[in-house]
Design a protein around this ligand. Sequence first.
Ligand code: TXA
Ligand code: MG
Length: 318
Amino acid sequence: MPDSKILAATPDAVAEAAEALRDGRLVAFPTETVYGLGGDATCDRAVAAIFEAKGRPSFNPLIAHVASMEQAESLVELNPDAHRLAARFWPGPLTLVLPRRADSKVSLLASAGLDSIAVRMPDHPVALALIEAAGRPLAAPSANRSGAVSPTTAQHVAACLGERVSLILDGGPCRVGVESTVVDLSGDRPALLRPGGVEVETLEAVLGLVLPHAADSPDAPRSPGQLESHYAPSAPVRLNAQAVEAGWALLGFGPVAATLNLSPSGDLEEAAANLFAMLRAMDRPGLSGIAVSPIPEYGLGLAINDRLRRAAAPRGTS
Ligand code: TXA
Ligand code: MG
């Protein structure tokens, strides 16, 4: 079978990728958070191909990526909170779940039949140029098989998806390294669905309220994608490690002697940017497990710990 083609993200390559997208084919592309597996969000066939390539359950909806406020406004109803957050954080690692517009062109497969749509404007010149050249919103989950570690380089995408994606635009390593923060603004009160690249504390300051985490509050809406086991390397993962048993590797944080260190100086931004690449690099055959140093539970630490808890969760059978 033909391997996926990795192309440096030159203007010509972006034009070729946009053509493929307009044809209903899939393209992996860089964003500031992780690489996305993109398809035309308005085309059922392209969206179905994304679910197929990822092995993703079809009840887990996709984010529609846009390049302008106008494009966002054509898909969803923006309320005052949405305008405030978009003005402050877009383009950037923030996804807003908003009521679907009656005339929205986004495929119902992409939103898993919900009456809301998740929208985000990525802060990456290649992603923005691609969406603009394609002339339509792009549905794009992280470009990995469902349940696996998210890709932060073009090489990770090729290793994970292989021939399932024909074209990968290479924009180098992703700057943020963890996925976008997902906030639900479709209900009566805003709720946090996933901690991510925008710090929750900053969002709360802009909104002027404490964001309930959907996972902690029974009445808040649940994000269908927040499955327990995810981001899982093949070796078992143990959190809050103070010591390491024989045969295990230590993923460190702060001034500790470790196999690899997310940030020797204890910088959470650096740790987020290194997280997925280091989990991959440590995941070697013969390793008994990966122990991880404690990570503080604030700022980007919330997103890092969320991903690590899923990596450490008991693995399902599916
Ligand atoms: O940083 C990111 O967000 C990356 C890059 C590629 O943009 N994308 C990404 O997509 O992480 P994905 O599909 O791996 O995660 C999307 C999350 C899932 O947890 C999904 O359940 C949730 O957003 N989601 C999407 N649409 C939703 C909706 N209408 N209501 C509630 N949750 C939704
Ligand atoms: Mg994902």
